[in-house]
Design a protein around this ligand. Structure first.
Ligand code: 5GP
Ligand code: MN
Length: 322
């Protein structure tokens, strides 16, 4: 079923129960999109959607509705509408898939190039810098409250790396500008949720930079964090955010890779590219996905296996490009 904005809001208006979920290991755009959409529905329809996320990273806890997020996915009556935001496939929706299976109507709002169209009605715009940007375009600007604006602005800030990634367009900046008019403090969101690092985050950033290795004539940089280090520092997923971005801006580098060991011989991969390599294509080959310039996957094997597999694919693309 093709996505129709009018029908979407009509369905929201009719629904008795509304569920919203984002992807596993939620990031800024995921949390901002889910809470921004929930705020808009609460403020304009007088309904309280239930928002499901694995966690709300501490820096985002001030967002309106963050305290009501459900993290334990209890079983419940089927939802009239269930909406997946910033998530393009079943595996990435995690436990929230149970709600999708029983829901009367399902929607997906997403911007991943690898989005599979797994819901009944899917609004997928890969050119959009953030899912929060797409959600803004569905809303009536005059009905956006400060709480909603803060969440959407945070989503855009995080997925654009503070308006610097190549996905940032004039439309992104105009929407961000419009959100500022709703009373958002850009300093609070940019410094407070993006740049501010804990002592632990800085320590692990330093360690990853120091231990990073260049290969393929300096075109690829990679770093890894093994189980021992994760346990030693007590690292959570949010503690390693931003490391990949610092690796990527190394002079001469086209692709940055950061791998974290989830369980023995299973690695969570993050990849970023600058201008040439399609990292979504590479991550898709290993069961992951994402965007052309930012993608992820989970790979198994030794550290060396993972790096070899990824760099072999990068090399193919670089050779083809000449
Ligand atoms: P990150 O490296 O920050 O975890 O992910 C980069 C981008 O790729 C994000 O937009 C994220 O949603 C997407 N991504 C990361 N891992 C996966 C994955 O395993 N599958 C899919 N489909 N997308 C992923
Ligand atoms: Mn996103």
């Amino acid at each position: 079923m093709a996505f129709e904005t009018l029908t979407f809001w009509e369905d929201i208006g009719k629904a008795g129960s509304i569920g919203i979920a984002g992807h596993i290991r939620p990031d800024g755009d995921c949390v901002g999109s889910a809470l921004g959409l929930a705020s808009y529905i609460r403020d304009n329809f007088g309904k309280e959607p239930e928002v499901f996320l694995e966690e709300v990273p501490r820096a985002f806890a001030f967002l309106s509705g963050a305290d009501k997020v459900i993290t334990d996915y209890p079983s419940r009556e089927p939802f009239d509408i269930f909406i997946a935001v910033d998530c393009g496939d079943e595996g990435r929706l995690g436990k929230a898939m149970n709600y999708v299976k029983s829901a009367k109507k399902t929607y997906c709002i997403d911007h991943h190039a690898t989005s599979s169209g797994f819901m009944e009605s899917n609004l997928v715009i890969p050119e959009s810098a953030a899912t929060a940007q797409i959600i803004y375009t569905l809303c009536d600007d005059s009905k956006i409250t400060k709480g909603c604006a803060e969440a959407l602005y945070l989503g855009i800030v995080h997925d654009t790396g503070v308006f610097k990634h190549s996905c940032t367009t004039r439309e992104t900046m105009e929407i961000a500008g419009a959100l500022l008019d709703h009373g958002v403090s850009s300093a609070r969101i940019i410094d407070g949720t993006f740049y501010e690092k804990t002592y632990l985050q800085n320590q692990i950033l330093g360690r990853c930079l120091m231990e990073s290795i260049l290969c393929l004539d300096g075109k690829v940089i990679f770093s890894s964090i093994d189980r021992k280090t994760i346990n030693l520092y007590g690292l959570g997923p949010a503690d390693t955010e931003g490391i990949i971005d610092q690796l990527r801006v190394t002079k001469g580098v086209e692709v940055a890779i950061l791998i974290r060991e989830l369980t023995p011989r299973s690695w969570r991969v993050s990849m970023r590219s600058c201008e040439i390599v399609d990292v979504a294509k590479i991550c898709s080959m290993f069961g992951g996905g994402g965007h052309v310039r930012a993608a992820g996957a989970t790979l198994s094997g030794s550290r060396r296996d993972v790096i070899n597999n990824l760099t072999a694919e990068i090399e193919k693309q670089l050779v083809k490009q000449g």
